[in-house]
Ligand binder design. Structure first.
Ligand code: GTP
Length: 235
């Protein structure tokens, strides 16, 4: 079977790397995720990864702290995760380039759009770190922005929940599970799939978003093969 997509953005939350510890990077967890990504990569799919930083620091959690400062701390957290992913993937024999939205040249390449595309064409995974480089923007918005910039066909939004619901299924056992949604529905219903900036950016640029759970890591592969998992958000 052929993969459905040629170029994708995989958005991983920082928490996805923490495993049961809920904090930091859990080695077996990150290895399981990377093994899946490698499998997809070996099918010939061009993969760019946007990673969050919530396993180290949540941008908005700095109680009483200046918001921009808290967000910059979050951006640095994404860089730690990006280097962790790079290391594990390269250990598995997958070539990776990390690009940061804020220059830290001693640590990784700066984000250069044309270079990122070239890396993908040369069969390397590109990891985009440091968010958009601006406070007040989430890493979901980064995924939307980078997807538009590199012409990715879809954003694979790997979450701790298996789909989009109308309320929290852990609290409300009757929560309605969606298999398909429009961008406008997500915005109007105030669904917490992605923040409104990220959703609007995807809407304006016609980029579909597939939301699925990472509790089953083979979901990344299933998503790329076009299986109907999770919730698809599109026009
Ligand atoms: P091409 O030569 O274009 O195919 O790409 P390449 O990434 O293999 O070559 P390049 O010489 O640009 O990079 C070689 C290595 O240095 C790669 O691992 C890059 O990630 C890394 N690298 C490139 N530019 C920078 C930078 O500005 N800072 C850091 N820290 N590493 C860099």
């Amino acid at each position: 079977m052929e993969p459905k997509y040629k170029r994708v953005i995989i958005k991983l939350s920082g928490e996805a790397l923490a495993g049961n510890a809920g904090h930091g990077i859990d080695t077996p967890t990150i290895e399981t995720i990377c093994r899946q990504i490698k499998e997809v990569f070996e099918l010939g799919v061009e993969i760019a990864i946007v990673v969050g930083g919530g396993n180290f620091w949540r941008g908005r959690s700095g109680e009483g702290m200046d918001k921009s400062t808290a967000d910059y701390m979050g951006m640095l957290a994404t860089c730690i995760n990006a280097l962790g992913l790079q290391d594990v993937l390269e250990e598995m024999g997958v070539p990776v380039r990390v690009q940061t939205a804020i220059e830290m040249k001693q640590i990784a390449e700066p984000y250069i759009r044309r270079k990122a595309i070239r890396h993908l064409e040369k069969r390397r995974i590109v990891i985009f770190a440091a968010g958009t480089g601006n406070p007040f923007f989430t890493t979901d918005t980064t995924a939307a922005l980078r997807a538009a910039e590199i012409d990715a066909e879809i954003i694979l939004l790997a979450k701790s929940i298996d789909a989009v619901y109308d309320s929290d299924p852990l609290i409300n056992p009757n929560a309605k599970r969606y298999t398909e949604l429009s961008y406008i529905d997500v915005l109007n219903k105030g669904l917490k799939v992605m923040d409104s900036t990220a959703t609007s950016l995807c809407m304006d640029n016609h980029i579909p978003i597939l939301v699925f759970g990472l509790n089953e890591p083979e979901n990344i592969l299933r998503a790329v093969m076009g299986e109907k998992i999770g919730t698809i958000v599109q026009e």
